[in-house]
Design a protein around this ligand. Structure first.
Ligand code: ADP
Length: 203
């Protein structure tokens, strides 16, 4: 079973590419969603994050308010590190158990890990050896990403701040096995994904 890490800067087209990989037969795991699950009530990182950040990050319902956590860590490297020290091992543990289950079922050839954070950390790299072994990066110039993000409801300032807080294109390219440049039409993106799929799955 081949495990692929798929990443890209916000608005580059990562989720659209992931959906195409799904159509081609990959099982797609949304690692960003696991990141939200581990903070949810009963999640693997819930108590660790509350211990690290204190009750100020709790909502009125007594559970973690992700907006408060985001506000706490945004632009503060030490606080982000403290969050990731708890959340990333929890995400990797969850990921490992899902990958083990898929491997044991023996019915899947390719798993795509859809993950915004890959370049920046050890997320998706698993001691069991079950983590990703190939990296696919989707990239697009900022001028192409910006209007997509504005359409999604972010202000220009928010969009630029998000882009600036992530890894750079150069950093992503440095660890990529395959780079998809998404600066054309959605059809162009689909055919670029098809081509990478053909390379990943050739015997
Ligand atoms: P990411 O997951 O990298 O943040 P998405 O795949 O969600 O990005 O794409 C961001 C937005 O841009 C979505 O609304 C998507 O439909 C749109 N989009 C992606 N690729 C293209 C493209 N080649 N042409 C036009 N719109 C696109």
């Amino acid at each position: 079973m081949l495990v692929v890490g798929l990443t890209g800067g916000i608005g580059a087209g990562k989720s659209t590419a992931a959906a195409r990989f799904g159509e081609l037969g990959a099982v797609v795991i949304d690692v960003d969603a696991i990141g939200r699950e581990v903070l949810a009530p009963g999640g693997r990182a819930e108590s660790g994050v509350v211990d690290a950040f204190g009750p100020g990050i709790l909502g009125e319902d007594g559970h973690i308010d992700r907006g408060k956590v985001a506000a706490e860590v945004f632009g503060r490297a030490d606080r982000l590190e403290a969050l990731e020290a708890v959340s990333h091992p929890a995400i990797n543990t969850e990921l490992d158990s899902r990958l083990l289950e898929l491997a044991e079922a023996g019915e899947v050839d390719v798993v795509v890990l859809d993950m915004a954070v890959l370049t920046e950390s050890r997320l998706g790299q698993l001691e069991s050896g079950r983590g990703y072994t190939q990296v696919v990066v989707v990239e697009a110039p900022e001028e192409v990403r910006l209007p997509r993000l504005l359409e999604r409801g972010l202000t220009e300032e928010q969009a630029r701040a998000r882009m600036a807080s992530q890894a750079t294109d150069d950093q992503r390219r440095a660890i990529a096995d395959h780079v998809i440049v998404n600066d054309g039409s959605p059809e162009d993106l689909a055919s670029a994904v098809d081509q990478v799929w053909a390379e990943l799955t050739k015997a």
